[in-house]
Every structure is written in C-alpha cells, then in structure tokens.
Design a protein around this ligand. Sequence first.
Ligand code: PMV
Length: 320
Amino acid sequence: MQGKAIAHPNIALIKYWGKRDIDRNLPAVGSISITLSELHTRMHVEFDKALATDVLTVNDEPDERMLPRLSVCLDNVAGVDRPRARIASSCNFPIAAGLASSASSFAALTVAAAGAAGKSFDTAHLTSLAGQASGSAARSLLGGFVELENVGEGIACHSLCGADDWPLRVVVAITESGPKPVGSTEAMEISRRTSPFYANWVDQQAQDLDTARAAIANRDFETLAAIAEHNCLKMHSIMWASRPPMVYWNAATMRCLQTVRQLQGQGVGVFFTIDAGPQVKAVCLPEYASEVEAAMRATTGVVDIMTTGLGDGARLERQE
Ligand code: PMV
C-alpha cells in the first residue's frame, strides 16, 4: 500500500492560460512544454486503514494548505472509498512561485498513488488523472518536448521530441522566492471574464502551436525563440489588461529580459519565458549555457540561479 514517485516540473513554451470547462479542468488552449531534469518533486504515498484523515508533509513540515487538492487527486486515482493516506512530498526548488511546482507535485502524486493502490494504469490514463488536478501536471508525465492537445473531452499529451534529441539548457533566474499573490486557476478565470485580449488569445493559439511544433521538428532555434517569447508576452498582456490587473513581474524580471536581449544582440542562442510568477527562464542552446548563466547571475535582483537540461517523464521509484 505504498508508492514513491518522482516527477520533474515542465516549462511551457506555448502557454496554457484559460479553462474551457472548470469542473473537468479542461484547458481552453493546447500547449507545448519542455520537461526539466534537475528540478524535481518526490512523493511518497502510503495508504493506512488506521488513519482518520489524510496527512501531508512538505519538505518534512506539516502542510494543511495543499491537502484538500491532494486528497481529491487521491480520490480520483484510488476511488473515494480508499483508505486515508500519509503523503510526504519533497521538492528541491521553491514551491508555488511560478516554477511549476504544481506540475511536478501532481504528476508525482498521481503516479505514487496509482502505485500505492496497486493500479497499473497506462501513461495516457495517468496523464488524464494528473491533468484533472493541475492542467500543466499532465505534461510532466512525459519527458522532453510535450504537446498537450486541446481536442476531445479528455486531457491528452504526446511527445514531440525526446530530451536527448534536442538537448536545450534552461537557466532559471529566481528573482523572488515567496509564493505568488494569485493562484493560476483564479487568475485564469479573471482573465477569461475580464481581459479584452482573451478571445484573441484563444483564437490564435492553434497558429502558435503549429509554428512551435514545426520549429521543434526542424530543430529551428530562432523560430522557436521568436514564437515562445511572443506567446509568453501575449499571455502576460492578457493578465495586465484584466480587471483587477495581474502583474506577476518585478523589476528584476524586467532586467532579466534586458539581459536576454543583450545576449541575443551578441549572437547568443537564447530566449526567455515567464510563467505566473516573477522568475525568468532563459532557454538556450547547450553551447551558450555557461555564458547565459553568468549573465543572468550578474543581473541585479537575481537571488538564485538553477541551470538544468531536459529530462524524463514522471516515474514510479518504489512500490510495496
Ligand atoms: O497548471 P496550472 O494551473 O498551474 O497553470 C499553469 C499556467 C502557466 O504555468 C502560466 C502556463 C503553462 O502552460 O504552464
């Protein structure tokens, strides 16, 4: 009745922002991401008939805040009449700060819970279960470049290119390590209801996905860089134009963008992307990784740097 799993966060290059069905957590748009290798969440799930309620520790500290969402995920995986569970999560990067910790957490939880419950679900089913808990978590079931499709009534992902087939590097610049002010589910709803740009975003996404998919197939870094930055800034424009406005950036976020622009001006193969938080991810060709890392580290306001390659999908490490 125990399962232990590991999953890595993923960073979207073509973003998911907005839901078409809140109850089933179906995204309004497809998305394309890269799964990272060095950052990870480990989840240990142990079902125990003696427990009256689920209990959660995050990095060895009791945590009540995330527990309700985790309990729903366990119900979906193991059934509502399951025994209560002891859940222990450990994460080697800041949580809820725009670094996709919910993606790696729910991907790892889904796989660990299925293992603990003795269910041998296939990846497609695990993807759909993880996606019900957190849209972006579905993508962490797979490694390398992953597309989350926006078709049909379920949540489905497929691999576009393996981690080793185009080994890009990602320099994550942490500009602030606290949790974000508005969670993504609430922020997406505010955007959908109030942003004058939201409908255009949804309309244009298929085109951005086509461009990125072709760029990945051709290993065309310049085209991928241009469409990823465009799609990221478009997503943030929606948030800025919402009521109330949602600005996740700080001054160091902007400075990191300037650093990336300077590097690009010197011919360095790098581009930026930013999620619902103030951190900047600089994606680069492997030969430029140390130059990009040094430049980001030297940017005023950057408090920490993590450099990573592309990694594998979520997997079970132990089952008893
Ligand atoms: O899966 P959620 O609810 O954490 O939303 C993810 C939203 C973004 O990170 C901003 C974009 C994305 O596609 O990952």
